[in-house]
Each structure stands twice: as structure tokens, then as C-alpha cells.
Design a protein around this ligand. Structure first.
Ligand code: T1G
Length: 693
């Protein structure tokens, strides 16, 4: 008997129940237990059919992603699937909840599949830099046809129960529980009401048009979808020829940096929830207050409404209240269009919104999030008012993106209840939430903030108090390095192109034009008085701004625009750069795109190492999560810390030392890097160090 499966009998039907929490991941322990259970039932002459089903929230989440990159242990998943496919007795998979990746492949190797209402299936391997490696690319086309299989596998999307039925992935959609639905299907097979067909015996026609269209669609992007198309093409061969082709392509991808980066990103999204305060008593959060009806306040209010929470939105004047309400309702209507809200939940969300000019309306709120303009005096005054008005135990959060949360907390008599919750615009869509823990913030307030973030389906990352916390602090260094590269010889478009080829959706200068160069200048002007004199400062952006060239909104900035579309570099901006180089006595250097990426990435890694040293971030993976889910760092690269391990610390240190010869103020090797280098440590190892909770 195994802890991971349970063998049951219902008359002549043999059942195997997967019982490995939390997700029935098909690691070697569960594979081995299931394989043995299949053999037991095959050897039992009183058993005429075999049903597989899962215990817990779902059938199974597929292969154990934690095993990736390690030597595969037997029985492999293909070994188990072959036993099910070759079974002389009908094999039935009864799936509920989710069946993703190897879980669906397990079901596809059975002779019949039953889904329980609400089931989601899918082959999301491409999202992990892989392709279905246990027959999925060979068996799915045999049920759905090549064209549908290409779309399902290359998109990696989830498929709802009715579509799974329509595509032929399941033969029946039934009410639960899965166990009974599986038994009923097995009995219907015996009665001839359902036919159990081993998938491997089916044929699938070659579909050149679908293959060519997919190759065109996915070319020039990630590798996995293209390899998946090659595997699916082999499904037109006899399955004994196709399976080895699939396996070879799968193993090739398993060794790729793309897979390592995407798997790291998968775990990064979940790792950040592991904080020292995780076990602290959480406060009930049922009534939310948001102060400020601008873009951020409206986005935050929308996010809370989407989570089904009642929100009181405070604005100063009636007309601004109407505008704020209208903007929230516009966001909610957008959520309906995106399928995030049904008509019913949309009505609830709209009814859950109260907009008022009376801050006294927050007296009963459990959590108030301030989202007014970034001015310390204004925030201090507001928090002092909130301290007086809000009930004892209410949590007061600031959405500030860089101001000192300790200073804000000090304006109240309840600093333990004050925390930072830095949302990213648009706040109802961006998943990252920097939870800024001030020196006096109580552990249960931090735990409650993380719990609230999960309710809003955000990815919370714990940050300490400093200028820019984690994300904006690294962004500042990233942008400075890009400006230095332009002063030293690179073009705006070369820097943008190099970083876009690396995987960023948009390079820094295109982003600047989009955001508005005047906005960035206002921030620089505010900080001018405290700028260290020894720090290199590029005047290029200021001079461009002074021409009235503010980016897209003026059709001219770093680039020229027509009808909102970029038409090319702005010669005027390039003239400004040339003049600045001359004035500074700079002889422009030729940089390769690799140089650009190396310098920018190294600048990010250097700052990230300092953020770790100062304890602003708990672990390297938290910094990766901020970059991946808030700043557009390409998922398949895994984040700056993951990349530092791939580049190698010695190389990172050597680069910093080389660059420091040109600019010893910007570049200096953080002590942490030298300590890690001498200890032969990686950032991945620091992640595994865990957090003492
Ligand atoms: N392997 C290992 N751990 C997994 C896992 C998996 N497949 N799926 C989830 N976990 C962990 C997760 O890290 C977390 O751990 C806990 O389970 C709860 O997860 C051969 C090669 C199933 C929809 O891509 O989509 O099969 O943080 O917080 O929000 O061709 O997990 O608590 O320590 O996400 O309810 C394909 C990935 C694998 C599915 C549940 N399968 N998982 O969501 O919980 S590749 C996937 C999910 C493959 C074959 C190939 C979701 C979920 P911890 P959670 P959830």
C-alpha cells in the first residue's frame, strides 16, 4: 500500500486514486505508486476495467516541476502512460478541477476520459520553456486533429470543460464526484454504451497549412513553441516513431536556459509569499477605504471590487467623485469584456462601490489605502486625519512609490498599523504589489497585507524602506546606465533595440516617450538639490524636454511620431547628444548590442546585490519577482538574480571592475558579491536558505 495512491474496488471495477498533496504532482514517488497499482489491477482477474481519479482540489497538476533539470527516475511518465495505453482492460481517467501537462497526458494515454463540470485541462509546457514530453504532442492530435492540437499546445492555454468535450479530449462531461463518474463510464463501456479506444491506434492527417501558419506565427519568439510544432508534425507517423521524436525535442528543451528561466519565474511568483511574518495572526479585511480618485486610486479601488470587497472611495470635490466613479465603472466594464467578471459579479462590484467627499465615511474601514499625489506634507496631513477618524485596529497603507514610510507612520499614534502597499499602474491589472514594511509595522499587519494581496490575486513582495524600495531603485540605475551609454556613443534606438531583443517589451527611451518626458523631468528636478555632485549626470533628457519635446503626446521626443506611431529617431535629439558629447569632451565609442545588454544587466545586478545586503529584499528571488511581474523583465530570462547565476559571479565582478575604471562612482563591487564568490555561493543557494518564520 502506498501513501500516494489508494487502490479501491467497486465490484469488477478497479480504481486508483491519486492522493499526493498539494497538487498530485507526478514526481517519481507518485508515478511509481501509480505504476505498481496499475500492475496490481492488471494482474487481478476479478478486475475488468481500471479507473484513475484524483483526491483533493483537482486531478493532478502534471509533472513535478521541481524535478526539472535533474536526471529522470524510473518509472518515467512515458513508462506509466505506456502501461495504461497497452492495458488489455479498458482504462478510464475521471478528471476534476485541473488536469495540466503530464496529468492530461496521463489521461490521454487512457482509453477513455470523463470530465467533471468545472474541469480545466491544458498542455501549458511551452509556458515553462518545454513541450508536452509524455505523448501529449502525439496523442492530442489523434483526438482533436493536427490544427487544433497546434493551437492548444503552442498557446499553452487552459481549456474549459465544454471546449474539452467539443474538441474530443473528453468523451463525457458529468456531475461529480469523479470517482462515481469514472465507475459509471467503465460500466457503460462494458455495456457497449461508450467505446474505449486506445489513442495510440488512432491516426492523424498531416496538415501542412496549419504547420506552416504556426511556424510563421511563432518564429522569432521563444524556442519551445517551434519545437512543439516539430513534435506535432511527427504525430502523422506511427506513434512508435513519433514518441521518440517528441522525447528528443523535449530533452533538448529541458537543457535550455529558456526552460530554466521560465521555471524560475513560475516558482518566483509563489516564493515571495514565504515571509517571516507568515504565521502572524491576520486581521479580518472586509471593508476597504481608498483615498484619492486619480489613476492609482481608481485602479486600487477596481482591484478590490474585482475581489468582491466593498470599497469606499474618497475624493475631495463632487465633480472629482463623479469622474472617479465613472473611471472605476469603465474599468469594471473592461473586466467584463476580458471575462474577469460575469454580468452578476459586475452588478455586485458596482453596488459595492461608495464614493464620497466625507473622509468620515472611513470610520469603520478595516483597511485604508492612501493614493493621493506624491507629496510628503499632504500625506502626513492625511495620515494624521486618518489616525483620528479610523477605528482602532484599522490598517493604514500608503501607495507611495518612493517616500519614507517610516516618516509617514510617525505622523500617527499607531505606527504599528501603518504599512506601504505600492501598486503598479494600471493597479487592477498589474500583479506586482510591493509591501513596504516600516520599522514599527506590526507582524500581523504585514501578514494581513500579504493575505489581502492574495485576495486581489496580486504577487506581494516584501520590501524594506528606502528610496525606491526594490523596483524603482533598480529602475533608476537601469535608466542611468542607458543614459550613460548614449552619452558614450550608443544611439537611443540601439539601446532600445538591444534591450528589446533581450526580451523587454519596450526599451527605456521608447518607454520615456510613452510616459511623457516632462513627467520624468519633474521627478529629476525634485531630486536635483540632493543629487550627489560626484554622480555623472546626463543633461540630454532635460535639454530634449526644454525643446517642448515631451514624447508621444507631442509627437516628438527621443523619436518622431505620426498618428501615435513611431516613425524614426528625432534628429534634434541626436544633435543634442552630439553637442553634449562635444561639450563634455567625449569621443563616442562603438558599443555592440551585447555590450549594451551586459552593462545594463550588470548595473541591475549590482544594485540588486546592494538591496540584498541592506535587507531591503528578503531573497534574490524576491528581486527577480519584482522585475518579472512589475517591470517587464522577460520571463524566460528569470530575472536579474537568476541571470547573475547564469552569467557567473566572477564574470559579473570582472565586468564591474572593468566599468569602474571609467566611472568609479557608479560602479563598485558590492561586498556581498565578493563574499559569495569566495564561498562559491549562488543566488539560487541564497533563495534555498529559506526564511526563519
Ligand atoms: N509541480 C510541482 N509543484 C507544483 C506544481 C507542479 N506541476 N503545480 C503547483 N505546484 C506547487 C506550487 O509551487 C505551490 O507550492 C503549490 O503547489 C500550490 O500551487 C511531462 C513536463 C495547479 C492551477 O504547468 O498551474 O507536466 O508555493 O499556489 O493557485 O509534459 O499550481 O505552496 O510550496 O499555484 O491553487 C505542467 C502548474 C507541468 C501546472 C494550482 N503543469 N501549476 O494553482 O496553487 S510540466 C503545470 C499550476 C509537465 C509533461 C510536462 C497551479 C495550479 P508552494 P499554487 P493554485
Amino acid at each position: 500500500m502506498s501513501d500516494f495512491v489508494r487502490i479501491e474496488r467497486d465490484g469488477d471495477i478497479g480504481l486508483i486514486c491519486l492522493t499526493k498533496p498539494p497538487v498530485n504532482a507526478l514526481g517519481v514517488a507518485l508515478r511509481s505508486a501509480t505504476y505498481d497499482a496499475v500492475q496490481t489491477l492488471l494482474a487481478d482477474d476479478s478486475v475488468t476495467a481500471i479507473v484513475l481519479y484524483g483526491e483533493g482540489r483537482f486531478f493532478s497538476a502534471g509533472a513535478d516541476i521541481k524535478d526539472f533539470g535533474r536526471a529522470s527516475e524510473t518509472p518515467t511518465l512515458p513508462d506509466l502512460l505506456k502501461a495504461l495505453n497497452d492495458s488489455p482492460k479498458p482504462t478510464v481517467a475521471a478528471m476534476h478541477g485541473v488536469a495540466f501537462g503530464g496529468a492530461l497526458e496521463l489521461a490521454l494515454s487512457c482509453h477513455l476520459r470523463v470530465g467533471i463540470h468545472g474541469l480545466q485541462v491544458g498542455l501549458p509546457e511551452v509556458k515553462l520553456g518545454l513541450l508536452p514530453g509524455a505523448g501529449g504532442s502525439q496523442r492530442l492530435p489523434r483526438l482533436t486533429g493536427m490544427a487544433s492540437a497546434i493551437e492548444v499546445i503552442c498557446s499553452g492555454r487552459n481549456i474549459a470543460d465544454d471546449e474539452a468535450l467539443r474538441l474530443g479530449i473528453i468523451a463525457r462531461l458529468a456531475d461529480g464526484p469523479a470517482r462515481e463518474a469514472g465507475i459509471s463510464a467503465a460500466r457503460d463501456i462494458a455495456a457497449g454504451a461508450l467505446s474505449a479506444t486506445p489513442t495510440d491506434g488512432l491516426n492523424v492527417a498531416h496538415d501542412e497549412q496549419a504547420l506552416a501558419a504556426a511556424r510563421q506565427k511563432y518564429s522569432g519568439k521563444l524556442n519551445a513553441p517551434l519545437k512543439a510544432i516539430d513534435a506535432i508534425e511527427a504525430a502523422a507517423l506511427p506513434i512508435d516513431e513519433g514518441l521518440p521524436i517528441e522525447r528528443a525535442l523535449f530533452m533538448e528543451l529541458m537543457e535550455s536556459d529558456e526552460r530554466a528561466g521560465l521555471v524560475h519565474s513560475f516558482f518566483a511568483e509563489r516564493a515571495t509569499a514565504k515571509i517571516p511574518e507568515a504565521k502572524a495572526e491576520k486581521r479580518a479585511i472586509e471593508r476597504i477605504g481608498v483615498v484619492g480618485g486619480g489613476t492609482m486610486g481608481v485602479g486600487i479601488a477596481t482591484a478590490a471590487l474585482l475581489a468582491g470587497l466593498p470599497v469606499t472611495l474618497i475624493e475631495t470635490a463632487e465633480m472629482r467623485i463623479d469622474a472617479a466613479r465613472a473611471n472605476v465603472e469603465k474599468n469594471l466594464a473592461g473586466a467584463v469584456k476580458r471575462g474577469k467578471l460575469t454580468k452578476a459579479t459586475h452588478s455586485v462590484a458596482v453596488a459595492n462601490l461608495t464614493a464620497s467627499a466625507d473622509i468620515g465615511a472611513l470610520a469603520k474601514a478595516d483597511l485604508v489605502i492612501e493614493a493621493i499625489f506624491e507629496d510628503m506634507e499632504a500625506k502626513a496631513g492625511l495620515f494624521s486625519d486618518l489616525d483620528r477618524i479610523c477605528r482602532p485596529g484599522a490598517i493604514l497603507a500608503t501607495n507611495t512609490s518612493y517616500l519614507d514610510v517610516d516618516a509617514i507612520a510617525a505622523t500617527t499614534a499607531r505606527p504599528a498599523d501603518v504599512i506601504g502597499m505600492h501598486f503598479f499602474s494600471p493597479a487592477h491589472i498589474m500583479r506586482l504589489l510591493e509591501v513596504v514594511v516600516a520599522s514599527k509595522t506590526a507582524p500581523e499587519v504585514t501578514a494581513t497585507a500579504f493575505d489581502f494581496a492574495r485576495k486581489l490575486r496580486k504577487i506581494p513582495v516584501r520590501a524594506g524602506v528606502c528610496d525606491g524600495f526594490i523596483g524603482n531603485r533598480i529602475l533608476t540605475r537601469y535608466r542611468k546606465q542607458c543614459e550613460y551609454l548614449v552619452l558614450d556613443g550608443a544611439g537611443f534606438d540601439q539601446v532600445d533595440r538591444a534591450l528589446e531583443t533581450f526580451g523587454f517589451a519596450m526599451g527605456p527611451f521608447a518607454v520615456g516617450d510613452l510616459a511623457g518626458l516632462d513627467i520624468a523631468k519633474a521627478t529629476r528636478d525634485r531630486k536635483a538639490a540632493t543629487r550627489p555632485p560626484e554622480e555623472r549626470y546626463s543633461r540630454v533628457a532635460d535639454l530634449i524636454c526644454d525643446q517642448g519635446w515631451h514624447g508621444r503626446k507631442t509627437n516628438i521626443g527621443y523619436y518622431l511620431y505620426e498618428g501615435g506611431k513611431k516613425t524614426g529617431p528625432n534628429p534634434g535629439a541626436e544633435d543634442i547628444v552630439a553637442a553634449e558629447r562635444k561639450a563634455l569632451g567625449i569621443t563616442p565609442k562603438d558599443f555592440t548590442d551585447e555590450d549594451v545588454v551586459a552593462r545594463v544587466l550588470t548595473a541591475m545586478i549590482q544594485e540588486a546585490a546592494m538591496i540584498l545586503e541592506e535587507g531591503i529584499a528578503l531573497r534574490p528571488v524576491d528581486i527577480d519577482a519584482v522585475q518579472l511581474f512589475g517591470y517587464g523583465f522577460p520571463r524566460h530570462r528569470g530575472g536579474p538574480m537568476h541571470m547573475a547565476d547564469q552569467i557567473g559571479l566572477s564574470e559579473v565582478i570582472a565586468r564591474i571592475e572593468t566599468y569602474a575604471a571609467e566611472d568609479a562612482y557608479f560602479w563598485s563591487v558590492p561586498p556581498l558579491l565578493r563574499q559569495m564568490q569566495s564561498a562559491g555561493q549562488s543566488f539560487a543557494a541564497l533563495n534555498d536558505k529559506g526564511i526563519s518564520t
